[in-house]
Every structure is written in structure tokens, then in C-alpha cells.
Design a protein around this ligand. Sequence first.
Ligand SMILES: Cc1ncc(COP(=O)(O)O)c(C=O)c1O
Length: 442
Amino acid sequence: MPDKKKEKVSDFRYDTGEARVPWAAVGEHVREDDILALIKFLLRPARGEQKHYDARLNKVAAELRNLGAVSTPAGKLSLAGNVQALEEATARFLGAKHTVFLTNATAGFEIAFKYAGLKPGDEVIAPAITFIATIAYPLALGAKVVLSDVDPRSLNMDPKDVARKITPRTKAIIPVHLGGYPVDMAPIMKLARQHDITVIEDAAHAFGASYRGKMIGTIGHFGSFSFHEVKNITSLGEGGILASTTAFGRELRRARFLGLDLTRQIPNWLYDVPAFEGKDGCFFTGNYSTTEIQALGLLSQMKRLPRIIAKRKKAAQYLDKRFARVDGLLTPPGDDARIKSTYHLYLLQIDPDKVGGDIQTLKKKLDARGIVQIPHFAPLYKFSVMKQLGYDTAAIEKTCPVAEEAFQHRFTHLPLYDFTKEQLTYLADAVIESVGEMKRGT
Ligand SMILES: Cc1ncc(COP(=O)(O)O)c(C=O)c1O
């Protein structure tokens, strides 16, 4: 649990209390019209319901005005009680000592890489298949990104290949729990201990997953979760939680907001700005502050998380059952006694020899049937940025044969939520029919 006495979520600037001439925490308060604009954006008319919607919205607008007459506007919109409540709730949920609510998961990686003392020329090992956010900071810094090959079934980082790719310059490993399915963390942590490497879990998809009794995101030195709108739950569009098992965890809140330390002052000023003690010297951070409204959104959705994951799991199990009967369709790994996934995505693989064609054909057939797939997770060496920054991408590709083969020939991601029963059946039928056509050569 966070130490409430020492840590203060609120930034100092507008905490002026009961002064004769206070400086309001909020320049212009949120008024009824602002809330109405939000309601209109967040809850839009359903198809064919415009007339009913307008009528009901008029009633809400009238009630909001009445509410305005008997209410006081929120005193603080950024970094206050709801952000603190969210951090306490996420720390409890994860069994973590320290968590901080940030703008996004990418910001969390940045803080963690800075703590690790990453410098230009140092090496970071990341899996070949992930989103570019995983390696954005090392690329921007001029560190060297080394891509590990992946496990053929889960497409997560292959610890054996990581072991082969460690050098004396390796400063960090960033395993990615792709689609919410946990990476095999035990061998990664063993390697980290042997070589004194910082492990930063990319847990963007994995809030609520666990591995051998520990929550994902609390096994490495850092774990960064995403609450961007496409994730299982969202802080109303954007957001991230960073957890840390290091002593630096105590400094996470200060690291979120430009290092301001309100418990220490320089002469004649309200605060000091000390640098942070990293693993390898001092470092400094940026501003990744979040709003009370984002925190409220996530606190509210967190309450539904167990139900959401259960519903996703049920959908995945239905697809597994249907696909298991089809020769050439390979189902993804699921929960067992030691591993719990968040079922963020459904990773579908085919055996091209048995199906008589590869995944590119299946993807086209699914597109034609109106099935949206996630085209997000290509091997990173495919992206221009790596070549432009001087990486020999053809050579990297040769060191990641499983990722290359899977990408070109074998895998796609299917969505798992929020379907009607008909949509789920249609999805399974569409895959099975498309594979049938491929086998027949039609
Ligand atoms: C694997 C992976 N890592 C990191 C991120 C970045 O998360 P955020 O958008 O919160 O920075 C994403 C977002 O989609 C992701 O899919």
C-alpha cells in the first residue's frame, strides 16, 4: 500500500485552502453545458432512436440545470483524490507496493528505461512481434534494440533466444504479454539476476493476468499497463499504470510530474526538484500527469473487470471448441493451473500445409466476410524506422525465423469482445468456411 503520510498525489499549485482571495484550483469550472456535451459524446443515439434520444436528453438537460443549482463544481480536475484512489485500488489488485497512474503505458516504459540507466549504444532485448511502443524510447534514445524470436504457440518472447542474445551491453529486457497471455517469466528473471539486467514487463494487454500465483506486471522490476480505449478496460480513452518492485517505486509519483518534491524546499521557494537515483546514476523525467476524470473512468470499469475477462474467456473457449474440430486450425494457449490470461485478443494460427494456403489468403477471406482483425502486431524489423535508424533489418529477420514464418504464413488476431451470440457464431462459421474454401482451392 502506498505510504499516505509521505506521498501526496495532488500537485501543489492550486492547493490554497480557505484564503481570503484564493487561487481557484480550476480556472473555469465545469458547467452543466460541459457535462451535457460529454454526455452527448459518450452516449450517442442508437440507430433509429434519434427521436427518443432527443426527448430523453432534453429531460437530462433540465435535470442537470436543476442539479447545478444545488451543487458545487469539482475543486480539482488533475492529480487529486480520484487518482490517489485509483492508485490504491490498482496496488491492492496487483499486490504491488507502488503503482502510478500515467498518460499511457509508453510513458511507463520511458520512466523504467531511464531508471535502468539506458544510454545510447546500450542494448535492450524485446520480442520481434509487438507494437512499436515497446521499443519507442530505446529507438528514440539511440540505444540498440535487439529482437528476440518468439515461441511458436504463444508468439511471446522465447526465453531461450533471449539467453542467446544477451551481451555485456544488455541493460534491459522487455517481455510483452501479447494478447494478455503471460510470457514464461521464470527463465527471463533468472537471466536478469545472472546478468544484472532490468526487466520491464510490457503488460499493456495484461491487467488481471497472472503467472505462478503472481500478478503480471509485478514479476519484473517494472510492469506497465495500458488503458487505451481498445484495451479490456479503459480510463476513458488513454491511460497507463506503472508498477515497480524496486525501491525507486517510492518515487514513482514524483517521477510522473517533473520530479517536483514538495517535502523539500530550496530557500524562498515552495519545493525542490532533485534528480532521481537510478540504477546507474542520476536521471530526470517528464510530465505524464493524468486527470481525475480518467481515474474515475478506470475505477468504475475496474469493478467490471472480472466479468469482462470471464466473458472474453467464454468467447475464446467457444472458438477453441469449434476450431479444434478443424484440421489445420491451431487454437491459442489458454488458462491452466499456473497461468491466467486476460483474453485480450484471440491469436489464431493455421498450418499452411494442411489448409492449402497461408494466413494472407485467410485474412482476405475474413475481411470479405466483414471480420475485423487486429493488423497491429507485425515483426518490428518490418517498419521503415528501423532501417532508417541504421538497423540491418534483413539480418535481424534471419535471427527471428519463427516470428517471420508466423507473420507471413500462420497467424492473425481476432477480437473477443463485446459480441452478441450471433456475432460469435458468425465469426466461428466465417473462419471455418474460409478454411474449407482454402482446402477446396475455391
Ligand atoms: C503490446 C503493446 N505495448 C504497448 C502499448 C502502448 O500502450 P499505450 O498506448 O497505453 O502507450 C500497446 C498499445 O496498444 C501495445 O499493444
